[in-house]
Ligand binder design. Structure first.
Ligand SMILES: Nc1ncnc2c1ncn2[C@@H]1O[C@H](COP(=O)(O)OP(=O)(O)OP(=O)(O)O)[C@@H](O)[C@H]1O
Ligand SMILES: [Mg+2]
Length: 328
């Protein structure tokens, strides 16, 4: 049974696809898009789902929002089963998938929203006020009466968002909400997302923007090839990949003895090497602050060109480590 305080709880969700291609569509390819997902999302928070292309993010989002059936397993949203209680759930949740589908382009944004308001069963007496309210919230007031076919990609994305919140859902699923938006619009969208959370809405979002995930989401899950490889707070995920502090050490090549001495410097919990043309980079990750930049210089006396840079472990480091570890 689902825990009452969770907005989302899943147990062993899998989803397979069989797709046909080739001559007379005789060739069948079988994809296991999700391979047993166990996820818990608290109410009233923003939860972020990260993962490479094809990891299964959209598939999971669609299952949670009752658009797609799972092959196996169970998922509860707001304490209700997404398969059995789909009719109860639908009016209480919003879904915004990226792209252009799902909007009527020959009519205006306002007319689109009227149509969806009727579909959602919003009382006529409330309708115009609600529409004005969401148009203002996504900053589309001025363009509201223009035909959607004249809209830019970003404007369409905003209209998708307006549609997603029109019926005041308790939980909102956002699949890459800021994709294709210019920096200012993306920032406004993040602000909107935060204001929805302040109103008590639970948000489940997928993104490819690491800073966005870090900025918005107290908790994150990383999905890779249909499996959750980590699910925690950003701080704990940093710990998982070796700590808060990162030193980048760059020079024109290191020999084995030098690499070894870097690896064994005090406090190093993780050690990665990369090549950028003639430049070799060693990344050292640390949980403590015992190692100083000058100790790295002292360990590599034969490199006048040496560059050592200290920085905070970024969400991108965390993500790449987790996804690459899974691939190994
Ligand atoms: N309708 C479908 N028929 C066949 N295969 C599908 C279908 N939908 C998704 N898949 C496959 O399932 C896997 C996961 O796809 P999904 O769209 O969920 O990934 P994603 O994490 O959202 O990727 P992206 O970051 O590119 O949006 C992929 O291998 C994809 O090809
Ligand atoms: Mg996707």
């Amino acid at each position: 049974m689902p825990n009452d305080s969770s907005a989302i709880e899943t147990h062993g969700i899998t989803r397979d696809f069989d797709s046909r291609k080739g001559f007379l569509f005789r060739e069948v390819t079988h994809t296991e898009a999700l391979k047993g997902i166990d996820l818990t999302v608290e109410r009233g928070a923003i939860f972020g789902l990260l993962g490479p292309n094809g990891a299964g993010k959209t598939t999971l989002t669609k299952i949670l929002s009752t658009l797609l059936l799972p092959t196996q397993g169970q998922a509860f949203v707001l304490g209700h089963d997404v398969v059995r209680d789909a009719d109860w759930l639908r009016p209480r949740m919003g879904l915004v998938l990226g792209g252009e589908r799902g909007l009527y382009t020959r009519i205006s944004a306002r007319e689109n929203l009227r149509y969806f308001a009727d579909l959602y069963g919003i009382p006529r007496t409330d309708r115009e006020r609600r529409i004005d309210e969401v148009l203002a919230r996504v900053d589309l007031e001025e363009a509201a009466d223009r035909r959607v076919e004249e809209y830019s990609r970003g404007m369409k994305q905003k209209l998708h968002l307006a549609r997603g919140i029109l019926h005041r859902p308790q939980i909102l699923f956002l699949d890459e909400p800021t994709i294709g938006l210019d920096p200012k619009s993306a920032r406004e969208t993040r602000k909107l997302v935060r204001s929805l959370v302040a109103d008590g809405v639970t948000i489940f979002l997928t993104t490819h923007y690491m800073f966005e995930a870090e900025e918005l989401c107290p908790k994150l899950a990383v999905l890779s090839k249909g499996r959750i490889v980590a699910q925690d707070t950003v701080a704990n995920l940093r710990h998982l990949v070796g700590g808060d502090r990162t030193l980048d050490v760059e020079a024109y090549g290191f020999d084995d003895r030098e690499l070894d001495s870097l690896r064994h410097l005090p406090g190093v919990s993780r050690f990665l090497t990369e090549e950028f043309g003639p430049v070799s980079r060693v990344t050292l990750r640390m949980r403590t602050d015992e190692l100083r930049v000058d100790q790295v210089h002292a360990a590599l006396p034969n490199h006048p060109e040496l560059m050592v840079r200290e920085r905070r472990t970024s969400m991108e480091d965390v993500y790449l480590d987790l996804v690459e570890e899974e691939a190994r």
